[in-house]
Design a protein around this ligand. Structure first.
Ligand SMILES: [Zn+2]
Length: 212
């Protein structure tokens, strides 16, 4: 699956995108595979993982993706990590670590236990995480796309080898416990309508900023 994901990241380059790609699979079968579409759609939110999660829900006809694994050639960012937690994706595998923008190694969304302890109706447990798979192949795509960019972005520490660093961070991260929040979460689970579909939200116009 990661081999497929890395090949897709090369396809992204051919489509004039940055080399990002994502594959979501279930029971060893690909459910959906995507590239970054930020340039094509002129939309900074069109990350490969966001598109893949959205499509996987549509293909499977459900929001719960707990039996799925998400493969990404680069560590998912925080924006993509929240829907990973909300759809309860069971496992996340990535190749290149993202120490400046990562939803695991920097912003701790993927492995945060508090959000699922306090809001179990919304967020699933932290997924299993594997980092650094096929790093050399994934890095080779970035290097061949733009050697100078790859050199510079690594020099600034934005992208890095993953290997065991991320796993070590996961193992040493302390579990934060708040007994009152845990109790409130348990009481909420007893209420009827657990994980009810959210009420539709009316489209809102962005509010203009009032000049001070
Ligand atoms: Zn992202």
């Amino acid at each position: 699956m990661m081999r497929r994901c890395v090949a897709l990241s090369a396809e992204a380059v051919r489509a004039h995108e940055l080399p990002f790609a994502c594959v979501i699979c279930k029971d060893g079968e690909v459910v959906v595979e995507t590239t970054n579409r930020v340039s094509r759609d002129a939309d900074v939110t069109r990350h490969a993982e966001i598109i893949a999660i959205s499509e996987a829900q549509r293909v499977l006809g459900r929001r719960d993706l707990s039996d799925c694994t998400l493969y990404s050639n680069v560590e998912p960012c925080p924006m993509c990590s929240f829907p990973i937690r909300e759809t309860r994706i069971g496992r996340v595998v990535y190749s290149i670590s993202s120490p400046m923008m990562g939803g695991f190694s920097k912003w701790d969304v993927l492995s945060d236990r508090e959000i699922s302890d306090v809001m179990p109706q919304v967020f699933g447990r932290a997924p299993d995480i594997s980092a650094g798979l096929m790093y050399r192949d994934a890095a080779a795509v970035w290097r061949s796309w733009n050697p100078l960019f790859w050199f510079g972005i690594r020099l600034r520490g934005c992208l890095a080898e993953s290997n065991n660093d991320a796993m070590a961070a996961l193992q040493t991260r302390p579990e934060r416990k708040n007994p009152l929040k845990r109790l409130a979460a348990l009481l909420l689970q007893l209420l009827p309508g657990k994980r009810a579909e959210p009420a539709p939200v009316a489209a809102r116009q962005p509010q203009a900023k009032v000049a001070g």
